[in-house]
Design a protein around this ligand. Sequence first.
Ligand code: ZN
Length: 384
Amino acid sequence: MINQERIKNTLLDLVQISSHSRKEKDVAEYLRKACEALGAQVETDDAGEKVGGNTGNLIARFPGTVQNAEPILFSSHMDTVIPGEGVRPVVEGDIVRSDGTTILGSDDKSGLAVILETIRAAKDANVPHTDIEVVFSICEEVGLLGAKHVDESRLRSRVGVVFDSDEPDILFTRGPSSDAIEFKIYGLEAHAGVAPEEGISAIRIAAEAIAAMRLGRIDEETTSNIGIIEGGKAVNVIPNLVTLKGEARSLDEAKLDAQTAHMIECVQAACARYEVSVDGKRTKARFEHTLNRNYSAMNVSDDSRAVQIVVEAGKRLGREIKTMASGGGCDANVYNNKGIECANIGTGMRAIHTVKEWIDVRDMVASAELGLEILKLHSEQARR
Ligand SMILES: [Zn+2]
């Protein structure tokens, strides 16, 4: 029932419409037309204004053929990472790849195409379904900002599926909490050649702090990184300020807290080693830090409705859907925290966030077949 040629063409259309985060308007317009042609009521929410983007999340409501039943949520994101403008897809049989100068944008345009194809196929074949609420979100790639600004009181679904990962038979049900951490390390400025004794190098302190930090993979559930370091003005000036920006993620809140505490201790210990006296005035190195929650963990149980419906739909298709933990966050993290239970199913996207990105259209077909079976199953459960 899934039309392979049509889903491929939808993907090709979508990847050729540029949509870096905060610039999703043109893709939103394409999707609005497609959804309206399928009978949906479509609105754009105010998330765009809140995050400084050129459009909000697109919310499409497809009326069900089964009445008075709880709706189901389908979601994928409209934005892509850079370099994603002027994508020229290369098609080799069932494989679609970028031409090597940009990403392809199958993250997450494959998800958009899968959702559209699922609904098109449901209409074509008169597959019974409940109301379907679709959220095409903005700014997923820059901190799940679109999903965070979804007003959940405007959605009736309490269960759903996010289409935003690789293997079509893997359902990501667990994802980490992520904290952003930023340090400002203050030393003391001095002439590096004339009076180095009178200075405290913030760069040196930063180096010692980072060298002492456990970073990278901390354990099975926890990772951490310092990704940005900025500081210094001139080679003959002892630098008085360095900024470090990093993150820590864990499936376990206690481990996440332990990691951020460890990072802070490392900076504290390095600062504590440095102080100077200049003209009787003592100066100690010092630092400030800020800790912000990027997003909170997703932890959907294998017994939950959101998982059971996907696994059961897979079984009906003769497929074994496996649940797994992811090292990344996605819109599903946010929806779960807003009371809409959902996990993240694959669409076939590969080598994402690189110029080698590619996708096998047959994986998208498999994902849409699963989507269609989920719609059927959900409508049967609603009628029971
Ligand atoms: Zn994505």
